[in-house]
Every structure is written in structure tokens, then in C-alpha cells.
Design a protein around this ligand. Structure first.
Ligand SMILES: *[C@@H]1O[C@H](CO)[C@@H](O)[C@H](O)[C@H]1NC(C)=O
Ligand SMILES: *[C@@H]1O[C@H](CO)[C@@H](O)[C@H](O)[C@H]1NC(C)=O
Ligand SMILES: *[C@@H]1O[C@H](CO)[C@@H](O)[C@H](O)[C@H]1NC(C)=O
Length: 442
């Protein structure tokens, strides 16, 4: 009896450590298979492995995992010190946003930890990409981030390439309001297929996702990769390689900061769909340009684009939300239990703020105009208010595929069943009638 309790205790422990050691899907992507419940497949993978081996895997002091049994909700927090040595970045504020007069016809304006130091350790950042007509964002990868992109203006052809041996290309034509996902590490690109300019906003699941532009890394490294290696790799003649090498000049931009990064991976408990049946539609969503209905008590509306809408976001740790605000509308005080948030104003002006934890409870607040960006650190109570006379629109990215929302008023005064009124009366220093009145509102 005692030994079987020990055995199962050990099994549960070792199982969670196994999961903790391998939070990634160990394949190019893990499109959520809504028809499966996940638990069974994971158990099937691990049930034949020796317990001792399982217990050893992931038994590191920098990895911690929590296995919520039953629904198999997994939460992992990893801390990893990344020391980056190198040259300081050119001040990104000096870069002309939107100037696409260059060889590829596109320009990326990055809003990462180098510009907003508050993003440090939060695992998320934002970029704006401008495209001239037929301009491209050339094939590149982000070594430290998955990407979720939405088209603000124009139409884009987008795609990514799955790894060897298939090297399958998954592409899609996106219109204004469409959303597409590029899984971490995979080579991807965008092309403006319209006759006008195009604009996209993308969020990356790292405060400093990094970029490897394939052509520049291969043909423009310093010092150069020996030509004979490239001749064999690309099956090209030496003169062609020399020509290619002369075309690329490395633009080295490394942060001088040494920064701890914290990745936050949240498995949804859904198993991966069979890779062969994965389609571009698994990575996309349409309609983010459509305003939400703000005719409600708070005067705002949130349109979420997470793993529920895009199964391809499974395991990638990022998602989007569009928020519409009527004049004077608010997004009431709330928290996201599993994500930090980076928000940019697309239209109008917003007053935004968050409150630090006890004992300070300091309110950090700012009025934002169109194009301004603000960060809400994970789990802190935050809100937004439209302080303009017309409608306002914001686009927010969250560092979880399924960030969750706790609206404070609803959780406290509208729970089911409700929290006893005498507890709330003491907590809020109100008389019981006032508490009951508040409860009747939610
Ligand atoms: C999960 O999947 C297993 C295997 O297919 C099945 O036996 C079990 O009933 C499923 N559980 C739920 C809650 O669907
Ligand atoms: C855009 O960039 C080009 C090439 O670098 C430069 O000549 C031009 O002046 C820039 N235009 C603006 C509006 O900054
Ligand atoms: C917006 O929501 C309100 C309240 O639910 C409803 O009466 C109204 O018809 C909705 N408007 C649109 C355009 O859907």
C-alpha cells in the first residue's frame, strides 16, 4: 500500500519532470488537434520508458514545471541568462519608419527591449513592417520567437517553410484584418502583392527575438563563409558565389545588454495534428479589421485571436487581441494570468495604466496617441480608457497562446457561487448592503 502510493507519487513527479524537460513540441509546429484530448497521446509516448530515465530528464534547477492533472494544463517557467556581447545597436529611433526605398522594398521598425526597457524578461515584442508595392520582407528566421502578424493595409502573400526532409511551403494570401502565424525558427517571408503600399504589425514571443536574414547570413557574413563550401551547398559555380558574396554587406546589430529572458510556454493540453494534414488555414484568421460592438456597459469590445481561433498557435506562446473603445469607453481593470501584453494604438487616444503589487500598489499610467506602444507586465492589474471624442482602436499582443482574462469586478462581485458578503465587506471596508448592491451589478 505504502509502496504503491510512493510509486504513484514518483510516477506523477517524474511525469511532470519529463514534460518540464521538453516543453516544445519537438517538431516544426504543433497545430492543436481539437479532436483529441492530449492526455492519452502523451501517456502513450512516455509509458514504455524506464521510470529512472524519466525522473532524470529535466531534473535541472533552472526548469520548473507544474502538471495540472485531468485537463493536463501545463505551465512552465524557464529562466535563461543570455549574455549578448557585440556592437551597440544603431539607435532605432533614428531609423525612418516606413522608408521602403531599399533593395527589397520593405522596412521593419522594431519595438523590442532595446526601445522599451520595461519589456525586459517579459518575452514579447512588436514590429511594424512597411512594404512598397511588390516589396518583400526577404526569407528570414527569428531564433528566439514565434510571430503572429496582421495586415493593417494592403494585401500580402506570406509563407513559411517546414524543416527537412519535406521543406514544405505553407503560403496564404492575406487581406486587411487577416492574421497569420510563423512558428519559431522556421524560414518565412512576406510579399506585397498589391499596387499600393502595405503595412503589417507583427508580435514576437521574445523581448528580443533576433533576425537571421538568410541571404545576408549565408553570403554576407564577416568573415565570409569559404566559397567552396557555398559552391557545394548551393550547387553553384564559384563565380556566382563570388557575385552573391559581393552583393551582401552584413549589418551587424547586437544588443550590448546582458539580459535574462524568461520564456513562458503554456501547453493547451491539445495533441498535435498530423503534420501531413496541416494547412495554411491552421495558421490564419480573418476579420481583425472589423470593429467590435462597443454598445455595452463598459463601452469596449475585445476580439481575441488565440489558439481557439488559430490552432497553429498551439505551444507557440503568443496571441493577439483587437480592442475597440467607444468615446469614454474603458477596458475595465483585469489581469492575464498567463501573459504579458504589449499594446499599440491604431486609432484615437487612450489613457492606460497598471498597478504594481503590494505594498507599493503604485499606478503607472500614460496617455497614448496613435502609434504609441505600452507594456503591461504579466499578472498586474491594468486597464485602458478612450480619452478622445471619437472611437479608439488598439492592437495588443500577449505572450501566451491562451493568456486568460480575470476581470477584477466580475471575479470579485460576480463569482459563481458568490464570495460571502461579510468577507467582501471586510476586504473592501464597505457595509454589507453596499456589497450586496455591487454583487447585484455583476
Ligand atoms: C481522452 O482520450 C482517450 C483515448 O482516446 C479516451 O479514452 C478518453 O475517454 C478521452 N477523454 C476525454 C475526456 O475525452
Ligand atoms: C529613404 O531612404 C532613401 C535611401 O536610403 C533616402 O535617399 C531617402 O531620402 C529616404 N527618404 C525619406 C523620406 O527619409
Ligand atoms: C451591438 O450590441 C447591442 C447590445 O447587445 C445590440 O443591441 C446591437 O444590435 C449590436 N449592434 C450590432 C451592429 O451588432
Amino acid at each position: 500500500m505504502a509502496s504503491s502510493i510512493l510509486f504513484f507519487g514518483f510516477l506523477a513527479l517524474s511525469f511532470s519532470y519529463v514534460i518540464a524537460s521538453d516543453p516544445s513540441s519537438l517538431q516544426d509546429f504543433c497545430v492543436a488537434d481539437e479532436t483529441s484530448n492530449g492526455t492519452y497521446k502523451l501517456l502513450k509516448i512516455y509509458k514504455n520508458r524506464p521510470l529512472a530515465v524519466q525522473a532524470f530528464e529535466g531534473h535541472g534547477d533552472h526548469a520548473s514545471g507544474l502538471l495540472n492533472s485531468g485537463s493536463l494544463i501545463l505551465r512552465f517557467v524557464f529562466f535563461m541568462a543570455v549574455i549578448v556581447n557585440g556592437l551597440a545597436c544603431k539607435d532605432l529611433k533614428m531609423v525612418h519608419a516606413g522608408n521602403t526605398s531599399n533593395a527589397v522594398g520593405s522596412r521593419v521598425t522594431t519595438v523590442n527591449v532595446a526601445l522599451i526597457s520595461g519589456l525586459n524578461t517579459l518575452g514579447i515584442s512588436l514590429v511594424r513592417i512597411d512594404y512598397a508595392p511588390w516589396g518583400i520582407n526577404p526569407p528570414h528566421t527569428h531564433p528566439r520567437g514565434s510571430e503572429i502578424l496582421t495586415v493593417i493595409e494592403g494585401s500580402l502573400e506570406v509563407g513559411f517553410v517546414a524543416s527537412n526532409p519535406e521543406n514544405r511551403v505553407i503560403t496564404k494570401l492575406l487581406q486587411k484584418g487577416d492574421v497569420f502565424v510563423f512558428p519559431i525558427g522556421l524560414i518565412h517571408f512576406q510579399r506585397n502583392v498589391g499596387n499600393g503600399d502595405a503595412v503589417a504589425i507583427a508580435a514576437l514571443s521574445s523581448q528580443n527575438a533576433g533576425v537571421i536574414t538568410i541571404a545576408n547570413a549565408v553570403f554576407g557574413s564577416t568573415p565570409v563563409i569559404p566559397g567552396d563550401i557555398l559552391v557545394k551547398a548551393f550547387q553553384l559555380d564559384r563565380n556566382v558565389i563570388n557575385h552573391l558574396q559581393s552583393n551582401f554587406v552584413l549589418l551587424l546589430c547586437l544588443s550590448i545588454r546582458s539580459e535574462p529572458t524568461s520564456g513562458f510556454l503554456c501547453g493547451s493540453g491539445l495533441a498535435c495534428k498530423d503534420l501531413k494534414s496541416v494547412q495554411a488555414s491552421d495558421f490564419s484568421f480573418s476579420g481583425l479589421h472589423m470593429p467590435g460592438n462597443t454598445s455595452n456597459a463598459v463601452g469596449s469590445s475585445v476580439t481575441a485571436v488565440n489558439v481557439v481561433q488559430i490552432p497553429g498557435l498551439n505551444t507557440l506562446g503568443i496571441s493577439f487581441a483587437r480592442i475597440d473603445y467607444a468615446p469614454s469607453g474603458i477596458n475595465p481593470p483585469h489581469t492575464h494570468p498567463r501573459a504579458s501584453e504589449i499594446l499599440t494604438v491604431l486609432e484615437g487616444s487612450l489613457e492606460v495604466g497598471f498597478v504594481t503589487s503590494n505594498p507599493g500598489n503604485r499606478l503607472i499610467t500614460k496617455v497614448l496617441q496613435k502609434g504609441d506602444v505600452f507594456v503591461f507586465p504579466i499578472n498586474l492589474v491594468h486597464f485602458q480608457r478612450n480619452v478622445g471624442t471619437s472611437n479608439a482602436v488598439a492592437l495588443a499582443a500577449l505572450s501566451s497562446q491562451n493568456p486568460g482574462v480575470i476581470t477584477i469586478a466580475n471575479a470579485v462581485f460576480g463569482s459563481n457561487p458568490d464570495i460571502p458578503s461579510d468577507i467582501l465587506a471586510k476586504a473592501f471596508q464597505l457595509d454589507k448592503n453596499a456589497v450586496d448592491f455591487l454583487k447585484s451589478k455583476f
